[in-house]
Ligand binder design. Structure first.
Ligand code: DGJ
Length: 331
């Protein structure tokens, strides 16, 4: 009995220390920790993407809360002015099987683009059935960044099977959809049409069987990161470089020591923050917990990047200064 009580006391002390909660109060991003939003709930934006509108970042992702209605799929939207403290805005997608794919239908990796011409926010998402055989992208639209998005349609981009998707907006504003295509054993980077409602043309096919595709344009060079096809299990993510988005792309190399399996995470996006003194490229990854998806964590770390090299450093708490564009690892 005494032993049991001591264990309970220890547990209370440790939860009191909040050892695993995000230390956003100190302005720190803590990879792998619970990331509480403004209401104290763990951020539900898995497999996500980020856009910046004026001085505000919006983070969209799979909203997989434990009390979700299981026949619905939701996309969460959060906002932040410092990339550290996040305010829950809305479940911007809140829908029930729009393509009649069955009870265990799939909506994954939502990504939102803002189209300045139409002034519409256009969301792409991976839509599938329980066996991942449908392999399409879904499109939803809204007039407001955090409004209720209206589901419009689904299709196979350029006629290809499409599972994991990624988003990339180049420095000149051109918007691209990245999508993995199993039959072609690689992934495509495709430009969106003027209104972003469709895929216009293939810019590049990268012949490497990788998903979780993410691209950044950093100091004149393009870097692409992807993960191997191992379901929810982490694997050594890899990167390649190219002078032009259209390639040719270099060989793929590990972004971290392979035995760490990308520190148990999987790529979803690379976010570039440019300030007065520098540019930080942030690796955004998911630490999946397939049996408790609501508790899946995030691994965000500034990449060591430049001159064709890229390294995901060992995860540690860190902070970002959006004015200067520089980051600092916590002591
Ligand atoms: C890996 C993908 O990256 C995830 O988004 C998800 O589709 C899982 N596979 C499903 O096994």
């Amino acid at each position: 009995m005494f032993r049991f009580l001591s264990l309970v006391t220890l547990y209370i002390i440790f939860s009191g220390l909040n050892a695993f909660a995000q230390d956003a109060s100190k302005g720190l991003i803590q990879p792998g920790a619970i990331w509480p939003d403004n209401k104290g709930n763990h951020v539900q934006a898995h497999g996500g993407g980020i856009i910046k509108i004026k001085d505000t970042y919006y983070w969209f992702g799979e909203y997989r809360a434990q009390d979700n209605d299981t026949s619905y799929r939701y996309v969460g939207c959060y906002s932040s002015k410092d990339l550290t403290h996040w305010t829950f805005r809305n479940k911007v997608i809140n829908i029930q099987d729009p393509e009649n794919l069955g009870y265990r239908w799939v909506l994954e990796r939502p990504k939102v683009f803002y189209n300045a011409k139409t002034r519409k926010y256009v969301m792409y998402m991976h839509i599938d059935d329980a066996r991942y055989k449908v392999a399409r992208v879904g499109v939803a639209v809204c007039d407001r960044v955090d409004g209720d998005y209206q589901y419009v349609k689904s299709f196979r981009p350029l006629g290809y099977e499409s599972r994991d998707i990624g988003q990339f907006v180049d420095d000149d504003g051109s918007a691209y959809l990245i999508f993995e295509s199993r039959p072609s054993k690689g992934f495509y980077i495709a430009r969106l049409t003027d209104d972003y409602m469709n895929v216009d043309k293939e810019v590049c096919f990268i012949h490497a069987p990788l998903e979780g595709g993410a691209v950044v344009h950093y100091k004149g060079l393009y870097y692409a990161i992807g993960s191997a096809l191992t379901g929810w299990r982490p694997n050594p993510n890899k990167f390649a470089t190219a002078k032009s988005l259209a390639g040719p792309w270099s060989e793929f190399k590990d972004i971290a020591p392979p035995e760490t399996n990308t520190y148990s995470s999987q790529s979803t996006m690379i976010l570039k923050v440019t300030g007065t003194k520098g540019t930080t490229a942030i690796f955004m990854g998911d630490i999946w917990k397939p049996k408790e998806q609501w508790d899946s964590r995030y691994l965000w770390m500034p990449l060591e990047i430049g001159d064709g090299k890229l390294k995901l450093p060992e995860p540690k708490p860190w902070s970002i200064n959006l004015k200067t564009g520089q980051y600092k690892l916590a002591p």
